[in-house]
Design a protein. Structure first.
Length: 261
């Protein structure tokens, strides 16, 4: 069963090969990691948001997936504003707390860069089925099949793990075990979930071994994974966005190659 949300299965990005999506995300991420400046990150983020409708993701769906990253980026930006290396005009200086032009600029750069790296990755992989990704990694990139299939099997058990946690909570509450001692309850329930996960993992490993997943011979694949012209288009768009962000930062005079700092 596909793990893509039902309303995202028919988006234009859903038919793109996951390997091409991975390459596109890496191109933009590596480019952003080469410099700490607000312009390049802002250009990448703006371009991604402009292309968001083609992915089929609404603003609400994007926020649901991104809010932990936004909160983390905000905390990092605030800490940088308050305790970053001072330079330029000093606005506040109180003990180790120093707010200056340099700390504000660095905080803005960090905040935008985190979002510019996270948003394209979330947009691209929200429309990616894990089975398609595993097929692409094993067939196109030639990664070890045992590792890829094992990771896929583990990923597909995440939903069962969440359901087990909910059922354990209801069962313990029905027995009156969950009435007091929140930390003690959390520790006991976590241990019970660990036992269930180990048992299920052992059974799954035995079943996969019986079906020949651990064989040393060449594998066959039910769904061939191939690269097509539309996949090259996604990579080309990523290269264009990365190039535009670098050119804009250099033109604005904000480009700071990170190895040169």
């Amino acid at each position: 069963m596909s793990l893509i949300a039902a309303d995202l299965r028919h988006s234009r990005l859903a038919d793109v090969n996951p390997v091409a999506k991975l390459a596109a995300a890496l191109i933009m991420s590596v480019t952003l990691l080469m410099s700490i400046d607000p312009v390049s990150a802002g250009v990448t983020l703006a371009a991604t948001l402009v292309l968001l409708p083609f992915a089929g993701l609404t603003a609400r769906q994007l926020w649901y997936r991104l809010w932990p990253i936004v909160v983390g980026a905000g905390i990092a930006a605030i800490a940088t504003v308050l305790y970053g290396r001072p330079s330029g005009t000093m606005y506040v200086e109180w003990g180790i707390l120093r707010i200056s032009d340099g700390s504000i600029d660095l905080a803005l750069s960090i905040f935008l860069r985190v979002l510019a790296i996270a948003v394209p990755s979330v947009v691209l992989f929200a429309t990616t089925d894990p089975t398609d990704l595993a097929d692409g990694l094993a067939q196109i990139l030639k990664l070890p099949a045992r590792f890829v299939i094992g990771a896929l099997a583990g990923l597909r058990l995440v939903g069962l793990l969440i359901e087990d946690w909910r059922e354990l909570s209801l069962a313990r509450r029905a027995r009156g075990v969950a009435d007091a001692g929140r930390l003690r309850r959390l520790a006991g329930q976590s241990f019970a979930l660990l036992v269930l996960a180990i048992r299920r993992g052992t059974k799954l490993a035995t079943a996969m071994e019986a079906r020949g997943f651990g064989g040393s011979g060449p594998r066959t694949w039910a769904r061939p994974s191939r690269l097509r012209w539309r996949d090259a288009g996604i990579v080309a768009i990523a290269i264009a966005i990365a190039a535009a962000s670098v050119i804009a930062a250099i033109a604005a005079g904000t480009w700071r190659f990170i190895l040169g700092l």
